[in-house]
Design a protein around this ligand. Structure first.
Ligand SMILES: Nc1nc2c(ncn2[C@@H]2O[C@H](COP(=O)(O)OP(=O)(O)OP(=O)(O)O)[C@@H](O)[C@H]2O)c(=O)[nH]1
Ligand SMILES: [Mg+2]
Length: 312
């Protein structure tokens, strides 16, 4: 069958894996723009985020998820639930792994699957799984085969694809594989739609990302961001959007850290965020940040609802 007559494919694909594996980086690489925030710290992604990639043969709705990990707090449990529940809603699962971790285990003569990988393998049993061996830009190639061999013993794989989400190497192969696995279906979304999130959510995420990049220890995990006001009244006339956002933390001591000496930290967060928001929104941005305490929000139903979880 030639290209012209090949039936159009459309469906849902989930990005699943441990924290820090590179799921969000891969989503952004497929989309060619930054939708999901990323950081070198684990548990950056908190909610499911869907991006849409459309080309001449298919439309794939890619669902980025929080990393699967041992969850002890209410927030962490809600994050893992968000990832797990995505599994039932998709046609194909991309299991994204951090090959630096698994390759090291091969070198050390250990079982390739550490407890985190073994747990994910268990959860994926019986599903349509493509294994994505990520971070190959920093892993010696000969270590790939033993890892893939061990993974395919644990889970039936449709395919295993070494990639670097960071450099983009192999991302086209992942897309080819998806195209061959999705059901025949007309597109569900307009061709130019690329994200299923609101501008407000994206703006809050950009600010949250700067907290991940600039603050340490528990601060990023104790924070959430709410957009108080998104004022576009001067967007047409002055090419300016005014954004007033609140950063919430769990304790007064954390508030002091986010503000910093003489407001230094908050200024840095604001400057970095504003720069990126101007690119995102394509206009000048006035950004004002406030820091508030919402005591132990990550442990309360009300707090979880505010970060987008239906906490019952
Ligand atoms: N060297 C290298 N680093 C990568 C690659 N892909 C992602 N990273 C880095 O790995 C870190 C984690 O990437 P993320 O995309 O945030 O990982 P994630 O799986 O979404 O993490 P969570 O949201 O915490 O579950 C970041 O510092 C990325 O820059 C890659 O292919 N090569
Ligand atoms: Mg992520």
């Amino acid at each position: 069958m030639n290209e012209e007559t090949a039936p159009f494919k459309c469906g849902y694909v989930a990005l699943i894996g441990r924290p820090n594996a590179g799921k969000s980086t891969l989503l952004n690489a497929v989309l060619g723009s930054k939708l999901a925030i990323t950081s070198a710290k684990p548990q950056t992604t908190r909610n499911r985020i869907a991006g849409i990639h459309t080309d001449e043969r298919m439309q794939v709705i890619l669902v980025d998820t929080p990393g699967i990990h041992d969850a002890f707090t209410e927030l962490n449990k809600a994050m893992v639930d968000a990832a797990m529940s995505a599994l039932d809603e998709v046609d194909v699962v991309l299991w994204v792994e951090d090959m630096t971790l698994l390759a090291r285990r091969v070198e050390q003569g250990k079982d390739v699957l550490d407890p985190a990988a073994a747990h994910i393998a268990e959860q994926l049993a019986g599903r349509k799984v493509v294994f994505v061996a990520n971070k190959m830009d920093v892993v010696p190639k000969p270590l790939v085969l033993p890892v893939i061999a061990a993974i395919s013993e644990a889970v039936d794989l449709l395919a295993a694809i070494p990639i670097s989400a960071l450099t983009g190497d192999g991302v086209d192969v992942v897309l080819d594989e998806i195209a061959s696995r999705l059901p025949e279906h007309p597109p569900m979304f307009p061709e130019d739609e690329w994200a299923q999130v609101s501008e407000r959510f994206l703006v809050a995420e950009v600010i949250r990302e700067k907290l991940f990049h600039l603050t340490e220890q528990e601060i990023p995990y104790a924070s959430f961001v709410e957009i108080e006001q998104f004022d576009e009244s001067a967007r047409e006339t002055e090419n300016l959007t005014k954004i007033y956002a609140k950063i919430f933390v769990e304790r007064p001591s954390q508030k002091g850290i986010v503000i910093g000496k003489k407001g230094e930290m908050l200024r840095r967060i604001g400057t970095m965020a504003r720069k990126e928001l101007q690119e995102l929104l394509g206009c000048r941005v006035y950004l004002e940040l406030f820091v508030k305490v919402e005591k132990d929000w990550s442990r309360t139903k009300k707090g979880l609802r505010r970060v987008g979880f239906d906490a019952g």
